[in-house]
Structure formats: structure tokens, C-alpha cells
Design a protein around this ligand. Structure first.
Ligand SMILES: Cc1ncc(COP(=O)(O)O)c(C=O)c1O
Length: 303
């Protein structure tokens, strides 16, 4: 917790307001995090994953620092635009979109879309003609505290077909994306994903499709209780992997940090309402808060 947050909470309590639970974010920490990403991966463009915290203040700060934005919904696109980002700095990174939302995004000027199957390519081709698409590939997320499910992404062999179809339907197949799993503690986790991406580049090139971009997703961890490697170590490891798999033809790269950008910038203040035991022999205490699993503590699920 930063001194600024501590002071904010102290003042709030001293003012004697009816103190509700609240989340306080220190924008200076977000600024530092953005700068650390920009420094650790100087050749990658940062697309902040808006879902991590879409507060207007966070988005405006990042827009002013030059960040781009990875969005999952039309509402997020509108928030990023309202914060000052221009449409060419926003991607619609959700692989599962309603066709009318694709059309709405296209009308708002968005030209970069994620896909991971033929049916989604067909929707994008109809609703966003000529747009750029990148195909998300599946990755097993070993080493991540929050591995993502198999819901998003396809096998690399299928990615080639998906991008081929995109080209035939008049879209611009531009690259590959993956996500190594959230709160990824292994700095080398990107290596195998980049190997897979480079194979898709080669297979596409054989079909006359020249890809130019790898979206390396999020996954950069934040410090909660346990220490995590600093982002500079991730940067070095990713650069080595890019050299290893792409040689001297390193593509344009994108990163989409969410948790790593805002996770350590805020704190939730909540009040303990009751501490109890269920029997005299009970070895555990039940601590009841005035905040719920679905009101900010989703990650306590299954813990
Ligand atoms: C496409 C995409 N990009 C970026 C992120 C952000 O990931 P993280 O918070 O692990 O950095 C997510 C999270 O689910 C995602 O699905």
C-alpha cells in the first residue's frame, strides 16, 4: 500500500463518513508500471487489457502515456475512446463477438480484430470488411497461477486455415496471438508459445500469407504477498525467445498487460463485521466482511 493510499483511507475515516468498502487506486503506481513495461520491452507496443480496470482515470492516464488498448466489449471500446485513445490504438481482442458488436466497433473506427475459428472470420468479414485480423492459438498455461481455460484460441494447424480463410474473404491476416496464463511466474513461459507462433508464420508464408505481428498477450504477474520476478527479466527472456525463433526477422510485437499494469496499484478497504467459530472445537475462525465474492473478491473463489 502506498503512502498516498494510506493517507486517503485515513482521511476518509477521520471525516467520519459512513464508511463503505472501497477500492482505491494510486495512479502513480500505474504510471510506473507502464513505464517499466515500455522500458523492459522497448520494441513492443503496449495494449493495456481494459478488463483489468476500466476506470476512466486509469484509461486517461494510460492514453496520455501513449498506451494502446485491448478491449473485450463495445463498452470497453467506447471507454477507451472517451479516455482519449484514437481508434487505431484499440484492438477488439475478444475471439467471441456478436456480429452487431463487430459492426459497431467497425463504425467506431476499429480495424484490428481477434479470431480463432472460421465462423468468427466469416462474421468479421461481413461486419468489418477489409479489417486486420490476428488468430489466437491455444496454449496450456503451465506455470500460471490463473491458467486460462481452453475457451479461447485454436490449434496452430487450424490457425493457418483460419488466416487463409481470412485472406480469401478479403480481410488482412496480420498475425498470431496467445496468452501464457495470468500471473505467470515463469519468465520462460513465452518461449514455447513463440516457437509455436513462428511455425504458424512459416506455414502461412508457404501459402503466400506474410504475417507481420505477434501479440504476446498478458500474463505478467503482480506482487501480492509473494515476490515475483521484475518485468525486466520477462523482457530479456522474451527478447531471447524472439531471436531464437524468428532469427533476424523479428516481427512487430504487442503485449497486453492487465494485472501487471494495475494489480499492485490499488487496495480494497473492507470492514470485518464478525469473527466467529462454529463450535468450541472449531480450529478455524470465520471472518465475515462487508464485501462479497462477487463484489471485488472473485479471485478468492476456490481458495
Ligand atoms: C486477450 C487477453 N489479453 C490480456 C489479458 C490480461 O491478462 P493479464 O491480466 O494476465 O495480464 C487477458 C486476460 O484474460 C486476455 O484474455
Amino acid at each position: 500500500m502506498t503512502e498516498r493510499i494510506r493517507e486517503f483511507l485515513r482521511n476518509r475515516r477521520n471525516e467520519g463518513q459512513d464508511v463503505e468498502p472501497c477500492l482505491v487506486v494510486d495512479l502513480e503506481v500505474v504510471r510506473d508500471n507502464y513505464q517499466s513495461f515500455a522500458k523492459a520491452l522497448p520494441d513492443s507496443r503496449v495494449f493495456y487489457a481494459v478488463k483489468a480496470n476500466p476506470a476512466p482515470e486509469v484509461l486517461s492516464l494510460l492514453a496520455s502515456l501513449g498506451s494502446c488498448f485491448d478491449t473485450a466489449t463495445v463498452a470497453e471500446i467506447e471507454m477507451a475512446l472517451a479516455a482519449g485513445a484514437t481508434a487505431e490504438r484499440i484492438s477488439f481482442g475478444n475471439t467471441i463477438k456478436k456480429e452487431r458488436d463487430i459492426a459497431r466497433a467497425f463504425a467506431l473506427g476499429i480495424r484490428l480484430f481477434a479470431v480463432d475459428c472460421a465462423a468468427e472470420v466469416e462474421k468479421v468479414a461481413r461486419a468489418a470488411p477489409g479489417a486486420k485480423v490476428f488468430c489466437r492459438i491455444l496454449y496450456d498455461c503451465a506455470g500460471a497461477e490463473w491458467p486460462l481455460s481452453r475457451k479461447f484460441g485454436c490449434d496452430p494447424e487450424m490457425a493457418v486455415e483460419v488466416l487463409d480463410l481470412a485472406k480469401r474473404l478479403g480481410l488482412e491476416p496480420c498475425g498470431i496471438s496467445f496468452h501464457v496464463g495470468s500471473q505467470q511466474r515463469k519468465v520462460k513461459a513465452w518461449d514455447r508459445a513463440l516457437a509455436m507462433a513462428s511455425q504458424v508464420f512459416r506455414d502461412c508464408a508457404e501459402r503466400g500469407i506474410n504475417l507481420s505481428m505477434v501479440n504476446m498477450g498478458g500474463g505478467f504477474p503482480t506482487k501480492y504477498l509473494k515476490d515475483v520476478p521484475p518485468v525486466v527479466q520477462y523482457g530479456r527472456s522474451i527478447f531471447r525467445a524472439l531471436r531464437k525463433h524468428f532469427g533476424n526477422q523479428i516481427p512487430e510485437t504487442i503485449i497486453e498487460p492487465g494485472r501487471g499494469m494495475v494489480g499492485n496499484a490499488g487496495i480494497i478497504e473492507s470492514e470485518v463485521v464478525l469473527i466467529s467459530r462454529k463450535s468450541d472445537e472449531d480450529e478455524v475462525r470465520w471472518v465475515y466482511l462487508d464485501i462479497g465474492k462477487f463484489g471485488g473478491l472473485a479471485e478468492t473463489m476456490d481458495e
